[in-house]
Ligand binder design. Structure first.
Ligand code: ADP
Ligand code: MG
Length: 247
């Protein structure tokens, strides 16, 4: 038995060591042949490995919380194209490097939907990173200061899906606008971005303190994209409408 434990460890098997004795009993009871017993074990080891890899990807992505598309109440935002959102869960957009942009006021589920879609991507074992726009710009500025902006941009260029949340809440300098442009250019037609903003596109000139850069950013972001304008009520205020009498 010691030998077996040794091989399990060397082969980095995780699930089989936990279940092989129990499975052997079940196999004997069910009169499974050796091949069936072995293939059951291998299948469970494989499923365990996939599960661990998905969890690791979700963990590494750095989501502030876990949200799912199934947990989103589409009846609360009836003007939102549920069919298209559900269709995006199939991740075809990722292969085509199409961007997804959610525009709208706070509390309408921009972060929720983008995390939900990004988790679907993790489940397909895609590499995903979640940043607020502020964190991203800070990270790029730091990399530039340290002299490795190129390396940072390549790293961000290789991720399968980049989620950028809360664009529009922070003060952008012209320098950070240039960094943002470099990132968007790097990913243009190579990898998808999901971007959330409370600022309509007409305001991006003042947001980025430069109309030309804002236009260049929008040009690349929107060329292949799905844009969702969500205009409904904040979900955070659900049940707080004094006139509705709801709770
Ligand atoms: P935003 O990013 O647009 O400000 P969030 O995604 O942070 O909004 O949503 C605020 C809170 O309300 C979150 O807890 C989110 O899960 C929840 N929420 C928003 N819209 C819905 C909805 N339609 N169905 C279920 N939960 C929602
Ligand atoms: Mg949000």
């Amino acid at each position: 038995m010691d030998d077996l434990e040794h091989y399990f460890e060397e082969l980095k098997l995780k699930r089989i060591p936990e279940i092989y004795k129990e499975e052997a009993k079940i196999a004997a009871e069910k009169k499974l042949d050796y091949t069936e017993y072995l293939s059951d074990l291998i299948e469970k080891e494989y499923q365990g490995k996939i599960e661990r890899s998905v969890n690791q990807r979700i963990h590494r992505a750095g989501f502030p919380c876990i949200k799912t598309i199934d947990g989103y109440d589409f009846t609360y935002q009836p003007q939102l194209n549920e069919k298209l959102i559900r269709n995006l869960s199939t991740l075809e957009y990722l292969d085509k490097a199409i961007n997804i942009i959610f525009v709208g006021p706070p509390g309408i589920g921009k972060s929720h939907l983008s995390i939900g879609l990004a988790i679907k991507a993790c489940e397909r074992r895609k590499r995903v990173m979640f940043y607020t726009a502020q964190e991203l710009v800070d990270e790029l500025a730091k990399a530039k200061l340290m002299g490795h902006l190129g390396r940072e941009l390549s790293k961000l260029g290789r991720i399968d899906l980049l989620v950028l949340d809360e664009l529009g809440y922070m003060d952008l300098t012209k320098d950070s606008a240039t960094l943002f442009f470099q990132l968007v250019s790097r990913r243009y037609e190579r990898g998808s971005i999901i971007l959330n903003t409370n600022r309509p596109f007409e305001e991006w000139g003042s947001l980025f303190k430069d109309n030309i850069i804002a236009t260049a950013i929008l040009d690349r972001l929107l060329h292949h994209s799905h844009v969702f304008y969500i205009t409904g009520k904040s979900y955070r205020l659900k049940g707080h409408n004094p006139k509705s009498g709801e709770k």
